[in-house]
Design a protein around this ligand. Structure first.
Ligand SMILES: [Zn+2]
Ligand SMILES: [Zn+2]
Length: 146
């Protein structure tokens, strides 16, 4: 874990501060993330206790599936965070897009999920672990049973 990272949406109305900040990030190429972000969600996983949010009154949460919500700034439309709402080890954690950070550097990309759904015109460098949609969904099903 690596210190404090701060970030904000495009209009600055929503500001975040992350302590014990993760030292790596992961990418999701699923269809929902693709539509929501315009490309892929490349994000850091942050525990609820490690994030402070200013401007919550501007945040709108969209329930994108039975298992998650996706929040955005209701003023500027910036993608803010994805949260799992089903009981898994990561329930309630925030997936914070790297693009919100004031300093987005120094975070290696270590995993990609839904790799088989990625548009074929680009590749991301560096990921050490890749899972297809089927592999990732099997993993989630297994974690929910624990
Ligand atoms: Zn905003
Ligand atoms: Zn996704």
């Amino acid at each position: 874990m690596g210190g404090v990272r701060t970030g904000r949406c495009l209009c600055g109305g929503v500001q975040i501060s992350i302590r014990n900040a993760p030292v790596a990030m992961g990418a999701c190429h699923c269809e929902n993330c693709r539509r929501w972000t315009g490309s892929a969600l490349i994000a850091l996983t942050v525990a609820p206790a490690d994030i402070a949010i200013v401007g919550s009154d501007r945040v709108t949460a969209y329930r994108s599936s039975d298992w998650a919500t996706r929040s955005f700034c209701s003023v500027c439309g910036s993608t803010l965070w994805y949260r799992l709402t089903v009981p898994t080890p990561e329930e309630g954690s925030y997936e914070i897009p790297v693009g919100l950070l004031d300093n987005p550097h120094g975070l290696p990309l270590t995993s990609e999920i839904y790799i088989d759904r990625k548009p074929d015109g680009y590749v991301l460098a560096g990921a050490t672990r890749q899972q297809t949609a089927a592999e990732f969904e099997a993993f989630i099903q297994a974690s929910m049973k624990e």
